[in-house]
Design a binder for this molecule. Structure first.
Ligand code: 7TS
Length: 418
């Protein structure tokens, strides 16, 4: 064992995973008569009691609409909702609560920027730069925008390990590049991108930067001021919070200059048939009754993660990544797709002679949940010349025993199909 690995083990021991697992009621379930081994955390994470109970408390004690009534419950709900905005601000170290916009998730955050920032700033002949390993939600909104504006979408290539070619980033940035949008970490390969360097290069070129943080926030400490990104989007459900809610961080000056994304209640100051004036940030971008329960649930999730500490979580997940990589590499005919030096706890793989879908089905019978398919990243599959992969992705509650279960499950797959 290398010194680095031993160090990681030491840090990983910070996390009392056996106790932590008791916080997640679903982990006690049996699936097809076997204990659940949940290794699909990149798709969505399970929820701790702290989140489930917080949502129950909201609906049993606090439910009301926000920013409206003077009655007690409306004040309580508004305080909870706006308090959660403060929690998010602190979690990603934003400069102001005005910079925290609640959206449905990463997808909506990116669409908001494509629609509002894109339509006002991107014109015919301009270029938008993304990478070859993006999730569809960081591809399609830009394609739609480019089509509408007559702009060009350009793709930063990756090497065979799945790492962005940084000399290409330098070469592709030019006076026409309005926006660069890349993932913090890839959901299909696990690659952690050097976003600090990318942001610096883009800014030196006068290019605005959006980071798709869907796979960043659950695993890495994020300080948006330190990174100096212009936009950062993430989803609550991938960081142990509820589904249907997420965050778009944007620098105040940029958000201030952007037109609303949707019209409706809450986003206005005054409406008449002649003229409507818009509300201040961040409300300008939060039309309609928001997902109040989702927002307070998200804050509970971020508090939960903060209490454990992202450095400890990251060390534990890194230990699982190294252990699982070693174990999987031992399996005859198994090939890992995505071998970047810096990886989040995601392992994509193919097994010679077995379709990934069949891997998923057999593992499911053993109670093991992995994702199989293209992971909403079809261009990644094309780049690596595979139709699909199996993917195990680890969260803070996973264990080495579960990695062993995965390995036994894959041996069973081989028995059945070879
Ligand atoms: N970006 C990345 C990098 C993602 O991994 C995902 C979801 C999204 C954006 C979209 O997030 P949403 O919450 O708006 O849907 N990724 C996955 C996945 O890997 N398996 O299921 C969803």
């Amino acid at each position: 064992m290398t010194t680095a690995l031993i160090q990681k083990d030491h840090q990983a021991a910070d996390l009392d995973v056996a106790r932590i697992r008791e916080d997640f009621p679903i982990l006690g379930r049996q699936i097809h008569g076997k204990p659940l081994v949940y290794l699909d955390n990149a798709a969505t994470t399970q929820k701790p009691n702290a989140v489930i109970d917080r949502i129950t408390r909201y609906y049993t004690h606090e439910n009301s609409n926000v920013h409206r009534g003077v009655h007690h419950l409306s004040e309580v709900a508004t305080a909870a909702y706006e308090g959660a905005r403060g929690t998010v601000k602190r979690f990603i170290n934003a400069g102001s609560e005005k910079e925290i916009v609640f959206v449905r998730g990463t997808t909506e955050g990116i669409n908001l920027v494509a629609s509002s920032f894109g339509r006002t700033n991107v014109k015919a002949g301009d270029e938008i730069l993304i990478s070859a390993i993006e999730h569809h939600s960081n591809i399609v909104p830009w394609q739609m925008l480019c089509q509408e504006r007559g702009a060009t979408l350009r793709i930063i290539p990756v090497n065979d390990a799945g790492e962005l070619l940084m000399d290409q980033v330098r070469a592709m940035l030019n006076e026409r590049t309005r926006l660069l949008a890349v993932g913090h970490a890839s959901n299909a390969l696990g690659t952690i991108n050097p976003i600090r360097e990318i942001i610096e290069l883009a800014h030196a070129n006068g290019t605005t930067v959006l980071i798709d943080g869907a796979q960043g926030v659950p695993h890495l400490e994020v300080d948006v001021q330190d990174l100096d990104c212009d936009f950062y989007a993430f989803s609550s459900h991938k960081v142990y919070g509820p589904t249907g809610i997420g965050v778009l961080y944007g620098k105040e000056a940029l958000l201030e200059a952007m037109p609303p994304y949707q019209g409706g209640g809450d986003m206005i100051l005054s409406v008449s048939f002649d003229k409507t004036t818009y509300n201040a940030l961040p409300y300008k971008f939060e039309a309609g009754t928001p997902d109040i329960a989702g927002v307070v649930g998200l804050a509970a999730a971020l508090d939960y993660v903060s209490a454990l500490g992202l450095p400890s979580i990251a060390a534990h997940e890194h230990d699982l990544l190294l252990y699982a990589t070693e174990q999987l590499e031992e399996i005859d005919g198994l090939r890992i797709i995505g071998t970047a030096r810096h990886k989040a706890s995601v392992i994509s793989f193919v097994l010679e002679g077995v379709h990934p879908h069949d891997i998923g089905t057999i593992l499911d019978q053993e109670g093991i949940a992995v994702r199989t398919g293209h992971h909403c990243a079809q261009p990644v599959m094309m780049r690596f010349n595979v139709p699909a992969t199996g993917r195990a992705s680890f969260g803070l509650y996973n264990t080495r025993d579960e990695v062993d279960a995965l390995v036994r499950g894959l041996e069973r797959v081989i028995e059945v199909f070879r």
